[in-house]
Design a protein around this ligand. Structure first.
Ligand code: IPE
Ligand code: IPE
Ligand code: MG
Length: 259
C-alpha cells in the first residue's frame, strides 16, 4: 500500500526508531536565488526560514540534537558582502525567533571558532545560548565558522599539551580521549547526515563524528527544504541496517554505536 498522506507517514515514522542526532549541510541557497534572478544573499535569507521550519519539526519528531552547518572555515573566501551578510544572519534569526525557541524548550548551542566571529555575531549567539541554557528539549547546534580539520588540529594541540605537561602518557591517547577534546564531546555522534542541493561531499564537516552516520542526499535547495523532505530522510534512515562492523546476529538489540 502506498501511503502518501503526510500525517499517516509521520505516525508510522514516529513508531520507529528516531535518529538522536541529525546533522544537515544546508546547501544551495545561492543556486535557489540564481534560479529566481535574485542576489545570492536572498537565498541565505530565505534559508533562514527553512531553519525555523526544520527546527520546529525536528523538535516535534523528538530528535535530540539538530546540527546545522551554517558557515564553514572555508566560507571566508566568499565575497566580502556575502560574508558580512552571513555574519548578520544569526543576529536576525535569533532576534526574530528567540522567544519561540524559548517557548519550545529549544537549547541553542554552537560549534566552531567562536573567537574569530565578528563581535555582533558572537553577541547574538551568546545571548541565545544564555537565554536557552536551561532548556532541555531539542539542542539546536549551529556549526558556525566550523571546519573539521581545524577542529582536529586543535584536538592534536590539546593532546600534545597534555603530554608535554606530563598529564598523560602516550598509552592514554585513545578514541575516547580524542572524542573528549572535540567540540561535540557532550553530544551523541550524528546518526543521520543530510546534504541538500545535489552535492555529494562533506566539505570539511564532522569528519571524525560522521564515521558511522547514515548519509542521505537530496537535490532540493535548502530554501525549498521542508518537513516532507526531512520525513523522507528519516524514512530512508529507518530502512537502513546499521551494523557498526558487526554481523546482523551479533548486533540484535544494539542500534547505536557501542562506546
Ligand atoms: C549554503 O548555500 C550556505 C552556505 C554555504 C553559507 P550556498 O551559498 O553554498 O549555495 P550554493 O551552493 O552557492 O547554491
Ligand atoms: C558547505 O557548503 C558549507 C555550508 C553549508 C555552511 P559550501 O557550499 O561552502 O561547500 P562547497 O564549497 O560546495 O564544497
Ligand atoms: Mg554551496
Amino acid at each position: 500500500m502506498i501511503l502518501d498522506d503526510f500525517s499517516d507517514r509521520l505516525d508510522i515514522a514516529l513508531q520507529k526508531e528516531m535518529p538522536d542526532h541529525v546533522a544537515i549541510i544546508m546547501d544551495g541557497n545561492g543556486r535557489w536565488a540564481k534560479q529566481r534572478n535574485l542576489p545570492r544573499v536572498a537565498g541565505h535569507h530565505e534559508g533562514m526560514k527553512t531553519v525555523r521550519k526544520i527546527t520546529r519539526f525536528a523538535n516535534e519528531l523528538g530528535i535530540k540534537v539538530l546540527t546545522l552547518y551554517a558557515f564553514s572555515t572555508e566560507n571566508w573566501k566568499r565575497p566580502r558582502f556575502e560574508v558580512d551578510f552571513l555574519m548578520k544572519l544569526p543576529g536576525e534569526f535569533l532576534t526574530t525567533y528567540l522567544p519561540e525557541l524559548i517557548e519550545e524548550n529549544v537549547k541553542v548551542e554552537m560549534i566552531g571558532n567562536f573567537d574569530a566571529l565578528p563581535t555582533h555575531t558572537q553577541q547574538a549567539i551568546e545571548n541565545a545560548r544564555k537565554a536557552t541554557e536551561h532548556n532541555d528539549g531539542l539542542i539546536l547546534n549551529f556549526a558556525m565558522n566550523y571546519g573539521s580539520r581545524l577542529e582536529l588540529v586543535n584536538v592534536v594541540k590539546r593532546i600534545g599539551e597534555l603530554a608535554m605537561t606530563n598529564q598523560i602518557e602516550l598509552e592514554d591517547i585513545d578514541e575516547s580521549l580524542i572524542e573528549s577534546c572535540l567540540m561535540t564531546s557532550h553530544l551523541p555522534e550524528p546518526d543521520l547526515l543530510i546534504r541538500t542541493s545535489g552535492e555529494i561531499r562533506l566539505s570539511n564537516f564532522m569528519l571524525w563524528q560522521l564515521a558511522y552516520a547514515e548519509f542521505t542526499f537530496t537535490d532540493v535547495y535548502w530554501p525549498d527544504y521542508n518537513e516532507q523532505c526531512l520525513l523522507e530522510a528519516i524514512e530512508d534512515f529507518q530502512l537502513r541496517n546499521r551494523r557498526f562492523g558487526c554481523v546482523d546476529e551479533e548486533k540484535k538489540g544494539i542500534n547505536r554505536k557501542i562506546r
